[in-house]
Design a protein around this ligand. Structure first.
Ligand SMILES: [Zn+2]
Length: 441
């Protein structure tokens, strides 16, 4: 027998019709048409999906005989979507003093080597996933381990946890240390096996994941293009225009290319299901191509600041595409909290004299990302029928947050202080398909 559970609390989500453009930027606009904010609301979950949502007063009769969980004035909202992260880099987060290319050699490659051992891989992966859920992220586009056993194990653990996730084995077949170098054929074979086993299995999607142009031969990129043709629903993720020295090196390595994006485009890897991390140093021609292909940007401000990569110019990119999502780039990014990402996105925009309103950033980290990933019919808001991945946020989690949140006047201000002052301690609970996956003690 199906049993429904009613969660009572303050509720916020974007409506299906919301877009980056039509979301109001402040209460002054008095426009409630693109979001729902209920100070005393009820979210009813049945068989892992949203069955109803509305004001408590309207639903109190209906829920009388249901199991009820009362979160008081805590905020119930869809889980975050992180569109760029490295599941294998927890052990090197917060390492000192290098820019991208040296960082990879000195920290990332040695750190990822533990993944050749399934035992240590399993422990590391589960630590990572627990930490992700503790931060309120329910879906991610993530780089998985290079080796088959560890990558398979990652899918296995995600499947056990029922998470909606987009990932794949990271691909690299050149300019890497011996202990991480697989042949082109090995890389390809691993991808093929994992696609067959995991793509579209339950809530999992396989993602072709060439690390970046400097780690990949033309041959492996060509094979990725062939796999994408064979399986058009595959996602693709890679890095683009992160660091000036990297952009220069790509130019030298691929003298035939018009620009960095052109390298990937040559092999059919720039599509509307391609997530491109960073995109800081884009040329106009690259932006035109992003617009034409509807490729997805993953802006990773905490990583960009930490590695000194540069300032993403959101105002400029928005002139070409609204497919801008947010990523932690866990590894280079020193936090798995989307609050930290939204906070740094604001600061990076401010450094360039551009204001990025709270609700627009929240949209980029939730429903906007679901839309860009073509997952909005499944996740990202509370329209009945959607999969019930949601989080419970405590706006009074610390003495100062309590003090400050008691002074806010509307949802715009509340979201703003949460993303400016919040971190993992603000997350009271994370639910996956209506089941508790993390609960603060
Ligand atoms: Zn990255």
């Amino acid at each position: 027998m199906r049993t429904a559970t009613a969660y009572r609390g303050s509720i916020f989500y974007f409506k299906d019709s919301a877009t980056f453009e039509n979301i109001p930027t402040s209460k002054k606009e008095n426009d409630h048409s693109q979001y729902v904010y209920l100070e005393d609301g009820v979210l009813i979950i049945e068989a892992g999906k949203v069955s109803a949502v509305g004001p408590y007063d309207e639903l109190k009769e209906k829920i009388k005989n249901m199991k009820q969980v009362n979160y008081g004035d805590k905020l119930i909202t869809p889980g975050f979507i992180d569109t760029h992260q490295h599941s294998t880099q927890s052990s090197i987060v917060a390492a000192y003093g290098e820019h991208l290319l040296e960082w990879l050699d000195d920290y990332v490659f040695p750190g990822e080597s533990i993944y050749d051992n399934p035992e240590s891989a399993k422990a590391d992966i589960n630590f990572f996933l627990d930490h992700l859920l503790r931060n309120g992220t329910t879906t991610a586009v993530s780089y998985g381990p290079l080796f088959y056993e560890a990558a398979d194990l990652f899918f296995e653990e995600l499947n056990k946890r029922n998470m909606r996730f987009i990932t794949g084995n990271i691909l690299m077949d050149k300019d890497s240390p011996d202990y991480l170098r697989l042949t082109t054929q090995d890389n390809y074979d691993i991808s093929k096996r994992l696609i067959e086993k995991w793509n579209n299995k339950n809530r999992l999607s396989y993602c072709l994941s060439p690390r970046f142009a400097l780690s990949c031969t033309e041959e492996i990129m060509e094979l990725c293009g062939a796999l994408k043709k064979e399986h058009p629903d595959l996602y693709i993720q890679t890095h683009l225009d992160e660091n000036v020295a990297e952009v220069e090196a790509v130019k030298k390595e691929y003298p035939w290319s018009k620009n960095y994006l052109d390298v990937y485009n040559r092999f059919g890897l720039v599509t509307e299901r391609t997530v491109l991390g960073h995109c800081i140093h884009l040329t106009d021609a690259e932006l035109e191509k992003m617009k034409e292909t509807k490729a997805i940007v993953s802006w990773c401000p905490i990583s960009n600041n930490f590695l000194g990569s540069g300032l993403f110019n959101v105002e400029r990119v928005l002139k070409y595409t609204h497919n801008i999502t947010l990523g932690t780039d866990w590894g280079g990014g020193n936090s798995l909290s989307m609050f930290a990402v939204m906070d740094d996105a604001y600061k990076v925009a401010m450094l360039q004299n551009y204001k990025l309103p709270s609700m627009k950033r929240w949209y980029m980290a939730t429903f906007g990302a679901a839309k860009s990933l073509q997952l909005d019919s499944k996740i990202g808001n509370f329209t009945p029928g959607k999969e019930a991945d949601f989080i419970v946020i405590d706006p009074k989690a610390s003495p100062f947050l309590k003090y400050r949140s008691e002074k806010v006047n509307d949802i715009f201000e509340l979201l703003f202080i949460l993303m400016t002052l919040g971190d993992e301690k603000v997350i009271s609970a994370t639910y996956i398909l209506g089941e508790p996956a993390y609960q603060a003690v």
